[in-house]
Design a protein around this ligand. Sequence first.
Ligand SMILES: Cc1cc2nc3c(=O)[nH]c(=O)nc-3n(C[C@H](O)[C@H](O)[C@H](O)COP(=O)(O)OP(=O)(O)OC[C@H]3O[C@@H](n4cnc5c(N)ncnc54)[C@H](O)[C@@H]3O)c2cc1C
Length: 97
Amino acid sequence: MGASRAAVDSGWIPYKNQVGLTGRSVRPKLYIAVGISGQIQHLAGMSSSGTIVAINTDKDCPLMQMANIGVVADFNEILPLITEEIKARRGTTAVAA
Ligand SMILES: Cc1cc2nc3c(=O)[nH]c(=O)nc-3n(C[C@H](O)[C@H](O)[C@H](O)COP(=O)(O)OP(=O)(O)OC[C@H]3O[C@@H](n4cnc5c(N)ncnc54)[C@H](O)[C@@H]3O)c2cc1C
């Protein structure tokens, strides 16, 4: 799991997880950016990723503009749904109808 400098500076995650100009460069097949605005210093570390999914309430933020898939949503609402769907497809839990 990677993070922006804002998250690192807030003490939510160690610096070794920072992606970007002054962090690490990553190139995963799938990069899911949750609540990341996409400032140039962050993009420097991840723009070569395969499929980029942006989840953000701001449809006009830079990361939304360069993402392959943009999801305009509050992550508090959508992340539990995505997590449940992944678990269901793995067969680890049932999804309520
Ligand atoms: C010299 C220098 C080097 C830097 N190096 C790096 C670096 O290596 N890596 C790096 O990441 N940054 C770096 N930065 C900092 C960079 O400029 C940005 O400040 C930082 O990337 C912003 O992080 P962020 O996207 O998490 O925060 P913000 O820019 O504050 O964006 C937060 C985003 O979250 C969205 N959001 C808020 N609430 C929700 C919600 N409930 N649901 C969905 N979306 C929501 C907002 O719409 C917004 O787009 C550097 C800056 C400088 C000056």
